[in-house]
Design a protein around this ligand. Structure first.
Ligand SMILES: NC(=O)c1ccc[n+]([C@@H]2O[C@H](COP(=O)([O-])OP(=O)(O)OC[C@H]3O[C@@H](n4cnc5c(N)ncnc54)[C@H](O)[C@@H]3O)[C@@H](O)[C@H]2O)c1
Length: 359
């Protein structure tokens, strides 16, 4: 079993949940991150590991990767709006840097490379009634989606008898993280319900999406790490279970039920009406150790409860720290990040225990 792992992007939304998850499972966990979002804390971190502050476009050497059993590669610019801000950054970080880190890992003798990919690469379903399998033609519509397709395609030829890249295609992820994001669909619905008393759906509510709890994402990565090589070698997996496919309108209803917030379906003509359902047959068959636990209804109720307990105020919900695009724009605007999205001055060293954001 892979026991000594490196998680890149470990100080992001998923990474801040995944680090304690693997520590608690008995792994030795190291991190590598350029720390764009290091101070963006909504809650205290359960575990803080040192990690390397490094830009993966050119940082890290094979020597620094020696002795790891696996690399989990989360580091990326993580959505469409950032991709649209500057396509080159997303191409270089999500594509080129991912391939670079994988090549270094291979050279250093690391055996498994788990790439955090996305269902966004399927585009809009030709037949929305048909659940999309991993073999479906890829139809990336944005730079972010293209960067994930390009990375998967460039990683695949690196596969060898001693090196297994694996592509975990996530749906939209939700759930509480110390480095919270309110720019993903269910986190946003729950945040607006708790902080503002309203759940707003811009489309007519009919589009389908796979929404996966961040704890289930961690469990899927663990199942891939612990699976026999032949079950996962150079394979793509949609991450979830059949019940995570849900219509946006139903999601909003679950949030409204749990929170008592007002439900508003705006049905705006220009709203995002992309609809697709994802098949999870492959992960179910190949990785029996993985069981998704959170139904969208239960997960939504849990998130509402957790946000209430904070409590999530309007100020916290609207804080730029929790919308990835807004935070990067702030760093760019003040000149802390330069035109190549690199630090212009050395940012302050990570805190031992990060500061929580106060309303
Ligand atoms: N959150 C979701 O809904 C979702 C869905 C599908 C796929 N994913 C993928 O999962 C991964 C993690 O997503 P997240 O939500 O935690 O995103 P995030 O933006 O919260 O975290 C990404 C992390 O990568 C780091 N990073 C970015 N560029 C870097 C660079 N050049 N060098 C080193 N570190 C760098 C950032 O500092 C940040 O800590 C990403 O690859 C994302 O595309 C996320």
């Amino acid at each position: 079993m892979a026991k000594r792992i490196l998680i890149t992007g470990h100080r992001g939304y998923i990474g801040s949940v995944m680090v304690p998850y693997f520590l608690e499972a008995g792994y030795e966990v190291h991190g590598a991150d350029t720390d764009y979002f290091e101070p963006c804390l909504l809650t205290r971190e359960r575990a803080v590991i040192g990690g390397r502050r490094v830009d993966l476009r050119d940082g890290l050497t094979p020597r620094e990767l020696e002795g790891f059993d696996a690399v989990i590669h989360l580091a990326a610019l993580s959505n469409d709006p950032i991709g649209n801000l500057n396509e080159r950054w997303t191409r270089e970080i999500n594509g080129d840097a991912a391939v670079r880190v994988a090549a270094l890992a291979r050279e250093a003798g690391v055996e498994r490379f788990l790439f955090s990919s996305s269902c966004i690469m399927y585009g809009a379903a030709a037949d929305p009634a048909q659940a999309v399998e991993e073999t479906a033609p890829l139809d990336p519509r944005t730079q972010y989606a293209r960067s994930k397709v390009d990375a998967e395609r460039a990683l695949s030829p690196l596969a060898s008898a001693h090196f297994s890249p694996v592509y975990l295609r996530n749906g939209t992820i939700y759930g509480l993280s110390p480095r919270m994001r309110f720019d993903t669909v269910l986190n946003s619905l729950a945040g607006s319900a708790v902080a503002g008393g309203a759940v707003r759906v811009f489309s007519d509510g009919r589009p389908w999406r796979p929404v996966v709890h961040v704890q289930d994402v961690c469990a899927a990565f663990r199942a891939v790490l612990e699976a026999p090589r032949e079950a996962v070698h150079n394979e793509a997996f949609n991450v979830g279970a059949g019940f995570v496919n849900v219509q946006i309108g139903a999601l909003a209803r679950y949030v409204a039920e749990a929170s008592g917030a007002r439900l508003e379906v705006l049905a705006q003509p220009d709203a995002d009406q992309r609809t697709y359902r994802t098949s999870f047959a492959k992960i179910g068959a190949r990785l029996p150790a993985f069981q998704a636990r959170w139904t969208p209804r239960e997960g939504a109720a849990r998130l509402v409860e957790e946000l209430r307990a904070l409590p999530l105020t309007r100020g916290r919900f609207a804080d730029e720290r929790f919308t990835r695009l807004h935070w990067l724009k702030k760093l760019l605007g003040e000149g802390t990040l330069g035109e190549d999205l690199r630090w212009t001055a050395r940012p302050p060293a990570p805190r031992k225990q990060g500061r929580e954001v106060m309303a």
